[in-house]
Design a binder for this molecule. Structure first.
Ligand SMILES: [Zn+2]
Length: 380
């Protein structure tokens, strides 16, 4: 984030202990005072003072009482007040911005999308600031902004830069700083797959797992990793580069010139290319494959095999509990699930334990919601 203090009337300054109780309630839902005391290690008296302060700030409320097993008086449940703050998340692609407005519990209350008139940084930042300003009319307690996009997030001398965002043609853009200045709100910036991974870990298909990986694919392919309940940042902000693993050394060339790598089969553009249909869109090729056009069918089967190679590598390397496969490319799994399964079996280490692979449905708003969750994580 941009580290200069922001005057943010919509979000109070919190102490570390207040934040940790709030995060506990965010991720796990309601908790009794007794549970919170046990989990935080605070005395009941300290916890009572702390929860009183969160109640006074309007972030938490007291709910029902829960009878305790055995002896002892019943313990009140504390719960989050989801409407006490709102967050705006943006997912930028090369030609559109997807917007999600969430409450504190990450429920999407409103979403919209806009075409990008221009990829010029100032124009895109200006569009995001206009959207925040118009949402503030109905949601005056917007407390932070999150943005995610394909590209690397690097921190240099305390400033955050977007590096190598190929779809937008951006390099070394101090995006968090620019959005923060334009909106007046604290701003979190993340790589889109990293952002979606963290969102699934807290609120989606990864809830309850201490180790998981997420493969997001469509226009590109990337992988995010959670180990021991922590999102792995890598040393340079972008782990999980599975796109250029070799599937077959005699395959088509990817945009970087590798023969037969994962990207040369699995991305939307690769599938269009491999279908051999001049001027087709991705949706056209999906339609052709469904109607049995032989080369389109094969393009999807090979894409599914390439996806399986990426999943198998992740499973072999990390031994995670679950792999979440999602993104705008999911038609690959619908059209060629058998090829995916068969290649996964062949490329997984034979000594490994079967890993659960799940395919939650996908919408671009999911990325925008993930960016909003990044904004929640920034302030909480
Ligand atoms: Zn490649």
């Amino acid at each position: 984030m941009y580290d200069e203090a922001v005057d943010n009337p919509a979000w109070p300054e919190l102490q570390e202990a207040q934040r940790s109780v709030l995060i506990d309630l965010l991720i796990h839902g309601s908790r009794s005072r007794a549970e919170l005391a046990r989990r935080s290690g605070l005395s009941r008296a300290s916890l009572t003072r702390l929860t009183r302060s969160l109640i006074d700030l309007g972030l938490v409320s007291e709910g029902d009482t829960r009878p305790l097993a055995g002896r002892g008086r019943p313990s009140e449940l504390l719960e989050l007040r989801p409407g006490s703050a709102h967050f705006v998340g943006f997912k930028l692609t090369g030609d559109a911005v997807y917007v999600a407005l969430t409450d504190l519990s990450a429920s999407v209350l409103h979403s919209e999308e806009h075409a990008l008139g221009s990829r010029d940084v100032d124009s895109v930042v200006g569009l995001m600031a206009d959207i925040v300003a118009s949402l503030r009319v109905a949601y005056p307690r917007i407390s932070a902004v999150g943005v995610c996009l394909a590209g690397d997030v690097q921190i240099s001398r305390g400033r955050t830069f977007i590096v190598g965002s190929a779809f937008l043609g951006w390099d070394e853009v101090p995006l968090a700083e620019l959005v923060q200045i334009a909106t007046g709100l604290p701003t979190a910036i993340a790589n889109d797959v990293q952002s979606l991974t963290a969102a699934h870990h807290w609120f989606g298909a990864g809830v309850g797992y201490r180790s998981m990986a997420l493969i997001g694919f469509g226009a590109g392919i990337g992988c995010g990793v959670v180990v021991n309940d922590e999102l792995v940042d890598g040393s340079h902000g972008h782990p999980g580069r599975v796109g250029h693993l070799t599937v077959r050394s005699d395959g088509p060339l990817c945009d970087k010139g590798h023969p037969g790598c994962v990207a040369s089969y699995v991305t939307d553009d690769a599938i269009i290319q491999n279908s051999g249909v001049e001027g087709a869109t991705y949706a056209d090729v999906v339609g052709l494959a469904k109607s049995g056009h032989p080369q389109s069918v094969v393009a999807f089967q090979e894409a599914a095999e390439a996806l399986a190679v990426a999943v198998a590598h992740v499973v072999n390397l990390l031994d995670v509990e679950v792999v979440i496969v999602t993104g705008e490319g999911l038609a690959v799994v619908d059209l060629a699930g058998a090829e995916f399964e068969s290649m996964l079996r062949r490329r997984r280490d034979p000594e490994g334990i079967d890993t659960n692979v799940v395919f939650p449905s996908f919408n671009f708003v999911d990325y925008a919601r993930a960016a909003a969750i990044g904004a929640v994580r920034l302030v909480v």
